[in-house]
Design a protein around this ligand. Structure first.
Ligand code: UD1
Ligand code: MG
Length: 461
């Protein structure tokens, strides 16, 4: 939080009030609506992040009674946020006033945001603030939905100046014919906001304290009210899981576009799913049907083959993974490492140029540079109680279908014979074979067949 500065020189100070006290019944969920994730993080986190980017100096989050989970999420993403409880859900103006105390520090701009409207871009918040700096008392955010049913209508005069916002349930037939609707978010002049909000009453169809009434009240006092229009997909409010999926689709499209414009090739972008924080360097190629969970960083020149799933993984340069690879949290792949099909990697360092090509589980392990891990190798990292590490040295060769029972170390350049169950450390440059020795009995099969055929004939006779 900034301290009061010389108003002549200082940038405008902004308080953002995030309304998150809605019940979200239509989600039909045990999880509060605003905690449902979009692109890998909660709607609330998206809003806090966007408003932070737009330069808010202070944040107030209004939650419903007993909603410690929502409060905790707010603090997790914005430790400086103050959390206020709205004891009764009496309308959007009532909700803003629950954060009344936060206003007293003296802000130039007040932004009111809805936590269930997670796709608003930081630039849009900046546009709202710009209008305040140009002298507006209240700035509404408008959009033109395909179907305006249920939204507040933006009533303007002949010059397009905003006169009032009329809620759907209070509107006359003429007002209902207005196509421009209120997205809900609003910016108010910090010096006058509290006075206007306190004058709002609940004499309307829903007996609610409508934030939207601030427009007519401000106009009544001679303040100018302005309008910023946004594309409908940006102000999508989420009330049910159909809208949740629509928001996910919109944000995925944004993330795909951003990834491509930043220099990654997405062969079939509509089939790739990102997390809000996925980082792809230039010349990364992502084949179809790839899912990125949170915390993935992919370095230059990497290829993610089709049907791979990554989460909490770091790929250095020119790494290739998949098709059908699974990288779990803590997978850390050095330059030119290669992870093949049906391979799962968890909490493991894979050295430069190392290969883990087929049907393998590597967990709680480190693999040295250029090591080759054969098909079907398993690091047995768990005994049902605790987890243990496997260390494989540089240039080591682990034969196919071996089980490395951790804790265990395989030295540099060592070989492990195929099908081994390795329970003891193997020193550098050694060969370890831990399986039954092969026995070959010449002519045994012929003798066996003869004996059995005779037995069978005797039984029939
Ligand atoms: C609001 C606007 C409407 C606009 C629409 C856009 C008002 C009066 N109306 O209507 O003009 O077209 O959004 O979607 O503002 N909330 C609280 N406490 C409350 C009431 C609401 O925290 O007591 C929060 C909700 O969690 C939600 C937001 O405020 O995030 C909006 O509330 P909601 O009930 O959805 O308002 P609408 O009736 O949709
Ligand atoms: Mg709503």
């Amino acid at each position: 939080m900034t301290t009061p500065q010389d108003p002549g020189a200082a940038p405008r100070r902004c308080l953002a009030v995030v309304l998150a006290a809605g019940e979200g019944k239509r989600m039909r969920s045990h999880l509060p609506k605003v905690l449902h994730p979009v692109a890998g993080r909660s709607m609330l986190a998206h809003v806090l992040d966007a408003v932070g980017e737009a330069g808010a100096d202070a944040l107030a989050v209004v939650v419903g009674p007993g909603r410690d989970d929502v409060a905790a999420e707010a603090r997790a993403w914005a430790p400086q946020a103050r959390v206020f409880v709205q004891d009764e859900r009496l309308g959007t103006a009532h909700a803003v006033l629950a954060a009344r105390e936060a206003f007293h520090q003296g802000f130039d701009d007040i932004l009111v945001l809805f936590a269930d409207t997670p796709l608003v871009r930081p630039e849009t918040f900046s546009h709202l603030r710009e209008k305040l700096s140009q002298g507006a008392g209240v700035v509404a955010l408008g959009f033109a939905p395909a179907d305006p049913t249920g939204y507040g209508r933006l009533l303007t005069d002949g010059d397009g100046a905003l006169l009032a916002i009329r809620e759907h349930k209070d509107a006359t037939p003429e007002e209902l014919a207005v196509g421009a609707c209120n997205a809900g978010l609003m910016a108010l002049d910090g010096a006058r906001a509290l006075g206007w909000l306190e004058r709002i009453d609940n004499s309307n169809a829903q007996n609610e304290y409508y934030l939207t009434d601030a427009v007519a009240i401000a106009r009544g006092e001679g303040a100018a009210c302005a309008l910023v229009m946004a594309p409908a997909e940006e102000v999508l409010g989420i009330n049910d899981r159909v809208q949740l999926a629509a928001a996910e689709a919109e944000i995925q499209n944004r993330l795909r576009r951003a990834a491509m414009l930043d220099g990654a090739t997405l062969v079939a972008p509509e089939t790739v799913f990102f997390s809000h924080d996925t980082v792809l360097a230039t010349d990364v190629v992502v084949e179809p049907h790839v899912v990125f969970g949170p915390g993935v960083r992919v370095g230059e020149g990497c290829v993610i083959h089709a049907f791979s799933h990554l989460e909490g993984a770091t790929l250095a340069k020119n790494v290739a993974i998949g098709p059908y690879a699974r990288l779990r949290p803590g997978a850390n792949l050095a330059d030119k490492a290669k992870i093949g099909n049906f391979v799962e990697i968890k909490k493991a360092e894979i050295g430069e140029g190392a290969k883990v090509n087929h049907l393998t589980y590597i967990g709680d392990a480190s693999i040295g540079p250029r090591a080759n891990i054969g098909a079907g190798v398993i690091t047995c990292n768990y005994d049902g109680f605790l987890k243990y590490r496997t260390r494989i040295g540089a240039d080591a060769f682990i034969g196919s279908n071996s089980a490395l029972v951790a804790p265990v170390e395989i030295g540099d350049r060592a070989f492990v014979g195929s099908g081994s169950v390795v329970t003891q450390n193997v020193e550098a440059d050694a060969l370890a074979v831990a399986r039954g020795r092969q026995a070959v009995l010449p002519g045994w099969a012929t003798a066996f067949r003869k004996k059995m055929a005779a037995l069978k004939a005797a039984k029939k006779g």
